[in-house]
Design a protein around this ligand. Structure first.
Ligand SMILES: [Zn+2]
Length: 78
């Protein structure tokens, strides 16, 4: 789910969702479940934010400066 999906499902503002996800990711490290993020991707040039650790949506592509980016999405396995 994206931050927007989670915002809608949980009734929490989208900008607060990322704060919650930071805590969820931290607590997942000690449990059996795994938190994973599908990184944002630039729709203009295909750049993928493969090493990104931040959970927020980036403002613009570092390669082509486009702002047409897919938002990161999140899942929990286990
Ligand atoms: Zn780009």
């Amino acid at each position: 789910m994206t931050a927007r999906d989670l915002s809608r499902a949980a009734g929490v503002p989208e900008k607060e969702v990322c704060d919650h996800l930071v805590h969820i990711r931290r607590s997942m490290r000690t449990g059996r479940s795994a938190f994973s993020m599908t990184p944002p991707e630039c729709l203009a040039c295909g750049y993928v934010y493969a090493d990104r650790r931040r959970l927020t949506r980036p403002g613009r592509c570092p390669r082509c400066k486009s702002t047409h980016l897919t938002p990161p999405s999140f899942r929990i396995d286990g």
